[in-house]
Design a protein around this ligand. Structure first.
Ligand code: XMP
Length: 524
């Protein structure tokens, strides 16, 4: 492994990816591996430092995740966090047991400022704690370097061997000086230079792609989403016309989106590549006619994508590489790297490799987290509107139209959604301008959906019998749970009034207050 790397060994904690993210914020490259990874592999990688994550188990219980003691004898600095800290103490002869007082939340921690781990850290600092067990006795040759009112060993160190154990979570933002503590470890104790930066990533990736691809042909399915767009930008900069991007417009995109993608990647745009836009709207609508069951709709949309792409791929003929916009969380969540894996299929490209004649897969973004992908995108000159796009499901508006999909319903939901996003963005920008900060209500995902309900209304002197549009806006961190966002009432009223006036076929607007669970973010 040529570049300076810190390895995170994952014991199933919920913050494992966050640990790696925070390390990378210190400009140190970091990868996550399961605790099941063999020590020989770790040795081969020759990392500059090792971090053991938290986890849900009790380290003294039989069958609990563990690691060989040899890890602490490699001469490589090790930092244990929460479960990782307890495990380090347990393995090295300390004592871990059920805590008389469970600590959870923001807790005052008193640190020993002379420890290199706590250089420049306040003597009393707020840290995020979440533990049932605690270290009642540090292992031999370890000094206690932090404590709280209820936790005698909030951190312990064997400075000679560069082994550090901390009970709290520096990776969580609630730990006020968490980033500095992690930086003290990776930059100070491990001695990393901190040269992992996005501009160097882009340059290096371009070189690597050129070396790997040679004069080969590369094919990429471009969805217009952040990941595939950045992959396209990067590949184009590296190999120009050797890259062909196929963009399937399935007629379920948001308003104007197909045009926007074409403007950036199509002829006359800023990237040199072969761009093929397939206008498959009618084909999709006819396949979807009469279909109302959500999973069946998803299946049809996914399968049709493969069919359309396959036809295009046949026209192009054999290629050397099939490129995919896989990013690091996809790799970790597919269970290839970490432990706390929830298997997630790569829905954007699911099944594609079976239908394309290619020799190898190219995944130029597979080392990057989402915000790093965005930074790389900006570095490549991809417009902000595309780089900071909100998440959009693969099946597109198909799952935001309850019941049967048809061209008329797509038009309604596109127009209503456009107005809604425009007004929310405008209100958020005005707030930001006036207050210098984002409004607390700013949602992470917001869109309009078309309910399948028609109801009676009155417009002018006429009776109407039209559709109801539902507005959704959620605040969420991980998209696994979400709260309905408190969009100001006057913004909602403006949206309602504009939708009713401007979108033919709508006479009623609802605001969805449901959180997830019990609701989901999308309607289907
Ligand atoms: P739900 O509706 O499950 O959404 O609460 C959680 C997040 O996942 C997105 N989503 C999808 N993305 N294909 C996708 O690529 C899908 O079928 C799909 N369904 C939901 C949704 O937009 C939200 O961000």
């Amino acid at each position: 492994m040529a570049r300076e790397t810190v390895i995170v060994i994952d014991f199933g904690g919920q913050y494992n990816q966050l640990v790696a993210r925070r390390v990378r914020e210190c400009n140190v490259y970091c990868e996550i591996y399961s605790y099941k990874t063999d020590i020989e592999k770790i040795k081969e990688m020759n990392p500059k430092g090792i971090i053991l994550t938290g986890g849900p188990n009790s380290c003294y219980e039989e069958g609990a995740p563990t690691y060989t003691k040899e890890l602490f004898e490699l001469g490589i600095p090790v930092l244990g966090l929460c479960y990782g800290a307890q495990l380090m103490m347990h393995i090295l002869g300390g004592k871990v047991e059920k805590a008389p007082v469970r600590e959870y939340g923001k807790i005052e921690v008193h640190v020993d400022q002379t420890s290199p781990l706590f250089t420049e850290i306040n003597e009393t600092t707020i840290c995020w704690m979440s533990h049932n067990d605690y270290i009642s006795q540090a292992a031999p040759n370890f000094q206690i370097i932090a404590h709280t009112a209820d936790c005698p060993v909030a951190a312990a160190a064997n400075a000679d061997k560069n082994l550090y154990a901390i009970q709290f979570h520096p990776e969580v933002l609630h730990t006020l000086q968490g980033k500095e503590i992690l930086s003290n470890f990776v930059r100070g104790i491990c001695g990393c230079a901190g040269d992992w930066k996005m501009d160097t990533f882009v340059e290096t990736a371009i070189q690597e792609i050129r070396e790997k691809v040679g004069d080969g042909k590369v094919l990429l399915a471009l969805s217009g989403g952040v990941d595939s767009s950045v992959a396209a930008g990067l590949l184009s900069r590296a190999i120009g016309k050797q890259l062909t991007c196929v963009f399937v417009d399935h007629g379920l995109l948001r308003k104007n989106e197909g045009g926007e993608v074409e403007q950036v990647f199509g002829p006359g745009g800023q990237f040199d590549l072969n761009f093929i836009r397939v206008n498959a709207q009618e084909r999709y609508y006819s396949k979807l006619a009469g279909v109302t069951e959500p999973e069946q709709k998803r299946k049809i949309i996914g399968e049709e994508f493969i069919r359309v792409f396959e036809e295009e791929a046949k026209k192009i003929g054999a290629v050397d590489f099939l490129a995919q916009g896989t990013i690091y969380p996809d790799v970790v969540e597919s269970g290839l790297g970490g432990e706390s894996a929830v298997i997630k299929s790569h829905h954007n490209v699911g099944g594609l490799p079976d239908f394309v004649d290619f020799k190898e897969i190219s995944e130029p973004l597979r080392d990057l987290f989402k915000d790093e992908v965005r930074t790389a995108g900006l570095e490549l000159g991809i417009p902000e509107a595309l780089v900071f796009r909100q998440p959009f499901p693969g099946p597109g508006l198909g799952i935001r139209i309850i019941g049967e999909v048809n061209a008329e319903k797509v038009r309604i939901v596109q127009d209503a959604d456009f107005i809604y996003r425009e007004e929310v963005d405008k209100a958020a920008a005005e707030y930001q301008k006036a207050n210098g900060a984002e409004p607390a209500w700013k949602p992470n995902q917001y869109f309009a959906a078309l309910t399948n309900m028609r109801s009676v209304g009155v417009m002018g002197d006429e009776r109407t019998y039209d559709y109801a549009v539902a507005l959704r806006a959620v605040k969420t961190i991980d998209f696994m749970t979400a709260e309905s966002a408190e969009i100001p009432f006057e913004v909602l009223q403006t949206v309602m009034s504009r939708i009713i006036n401007e979108v033919r076929g709508v006479n009623r607007v609802f605001y969805d207050l449901t959180s997830k669970p019990p609701g989901t973010i999308e309607f289907e």
